[in-house]
Design a protein around this ligand. Structure first.
Ligand code: ADP
Length: 497
């Protein structure tokens, strides 16, 4: 492994932490309890900063501010074009502050700085341009109906949206949630993940600078069972959108049902198959399957975490996949050329190591990796298992780490059945030179996204979400707007001419 930098002194991030308080009604304020909690640098496990620890009382205050901003305006009463202009101004400010934001994201999350700076920040800007484009194009329909009536629909914002986001893509998850909610005219209380509270506070400040009225976007840092649960069960929140584990998604939906039946969208876990047929170019397939799994330290809900390879090319594929994993550059994510940084925190790090142990114990073949790197921070060796069977834990559970499981298949029927034999249905990848195979697979796979001869292609316009226990609803694209709109039918009689 190219791990030299792990043992060196960590590079000092080129950014300061400026915002650590909760944002409520346009002001940065301490938690009502006065409490704070630490956020850590995953490279070392050292504290970066202490941030306000929001709980039920802070959620109450934030919801009251969002309620007022919705009920009394100005936000829903502004013209759609005015709202669009604010989203555009915000995107420009993000672009201007991209360097600090990318550095802060890497510091708090551990992802390679080049990935944050070159891919994620531009995507953040693009997403807000996209949603700014929607803000003034949301409208109802008129439709013919039986009888002598004029019938029309109004597409109205739902009201106060509660949003709970995870730590793996803090800024992008912020954008997927906040973009459509604001474009549709809602107000927001967003709770960040306790591991990564810093960048949302920074961009929220940019929103204020862009002219977003106070109370429209409120940000609370804090923990799930306190702040998160208070938001999901709040009687004055009209909608809850959640991204995280399937387990927590069930809790959130339960809280929504037991409180005020607020509408719920969930983007949850996955165990996505990536299926490689024997007519594929092996080198390209190896590279893509490697990317599909190892991207973002393996911390992607849609990671291609079951690599199915046709038996005719299996042995060659395994050799090459191993060689590629051994070449993966792991180290300080601030260093140029680094492909993989540390896992997010000690809990996830330990969990990944436990799954590796389980893979070894269940007699999968450990081709490479299998251990931590260094003695501080949360670095894990890129790990490849071959001879993985469908019933092994590593082929069933979401590991959320740099652990590739390679399975063998013999025909298309066999692989369709096995690929679909999971409680998840978030994404799937197919690699083949045959159009017929690609089309057959694309229809047969029960997943919210099927990538053919590509993987992890995200675009503001492409909807994303899960079948089965991977979630409810779609984010991004035109489909995301439905999550944040009510449809009002208006019916009135016509006079007979
Ligand atoms: P992970 O296990 O990867 O941290 P979670 O699903 O637990 O994933 O976390 C995703 C988000 O859900 C985080 O913002 C977290 O604070 C929040 N969360 C965790 N538990 C709850 C809960 N009981 N109610 C509401 N939100 C929660």
């Amino acid at each position: 492994f190219s791990t030299a930098t792990v043992f060196e002194e960590p590079i000092i991030p080129p950014v300061q932490v400026t915002y650590t308080q909760n944002l409520i009604n346009g002001h940065f304020v301490d938690a009502a309890s006065g409490k704070t909690f630490p956020t850590y640098d995953p490279r070392t496990g050292e504290v970066i900063a202490h941030v306000a620890e929001g709980d039920a009382e802070d959620i109450n205050r934030a919801v009251a501010a969002a309620r007022k901003a919705f009920d009394e305006g100005p936000w829903p009463k502004m013209t759609p074009y005015e709202r669009s202009r604010i989203l555009l101004r915000f995107a420009d400010l993000v672009e201007k502050h991209s360097e600090e934001l990318a550095a802060l994201e890497t510091w708090d999350n551990g992802k390679p700085h080049e990935q944050a700076a070159k891919a994620e920040l531009p995507m953040l800007v693009r997403l807000f341009h996209y949603y700014a484009g929607w803000a003034d194009k949301i409208h109802g329909l008129t439709m013919p109906a039986d009888g002598n009536y004029h019938v029309q629909t109004l597409h109205e914002p739902i009201g106060v949206a509660g949003q709970i986001i995870p730590w793996n893509f803090p800024l992008l998850m912020f954008a997927w949630k906040v973009g459509p909610a604001l474009a549709c005219g809602n107000t927001i209380v967003l709770k960040t993940a306790e591991q990564t509270p810093l960048t949302a506070l920074y961009v929220a400040k940019l929103f204020l600078e862009a002219g977003l009225p106070p109370g429209v976007l409120n940000i609370i840092s804090g923990f799930g069972p306190t702040a998160g649960a208070a938001l999901a069960s709040h009687m004055d929140v009209d909608k809850i959108a959640f991204t995280g584990s399937t387990e927590t998604g069930k809790i959130v939906q339960g809280l929504a049902a037991r409180s005020n039946l607020k509408s719920v969208t969930l983007e949850l876990g996955g165990k996505s198959p990536f299926i490689i047929f024997d007519d594929a170019d092996i080198d390209e397939a190896v590279e893509l399957a490697h990317f599909a799994l190892f991207f973002n330290q393996g911390q992607c809900c849609c990671a291609g975490s079951r690599t199915y390879v046709h038996e005719r090319i299996y042995d060659e594929f395994v050799e090459k996949a191993k060689a590629r994993a051994v070449r993966r550059a792991v180290g300080d994510p601030f260093k140029k050329g680094i492909e993989q940084g540390p896992q997010i925190d000690s809990e996830q790090f330990q969990k990944v190591l436990r799954y590796i142990k389980s893979g070894i114990e269940s007699n999968a073949t450990l081709e490479c990796g299998g251990d931590r790197i260094g003695d501080r921070g949360y670095f894990v060796q890129p790990t490849v298992f071959s001879n993985v069977q469908d019933d092994m834990l590593i082929a069933q559970d979401e590991i959320f780490g740099p652990v590739q499981s390679i399975l063998k298949f013999n025909d298309i029927k066999d692989v369709i059945r096995r690929a679909n034999a999971t409680r998840y249905g978030l994404a799937a990848g197919v690699f083949t030179g045959s159009l017929e195979t690609a089309n057959t697979m694309m229809r047969a796979l029960r997943a919210g996204t099927v990538w053919i001869n590509c993987f992890d292609v995200f675009d503001a316009a492409i909807p994303f979400g899960g079948y089965k226990m991977s979630g409810i609803g779609r984010e991004k694209g035109i489909y995301s707007l439905n999550n944040y709109l009510q449809v009002k039918a208006v019916v009135s009689p016509l006079k007979n001419p």
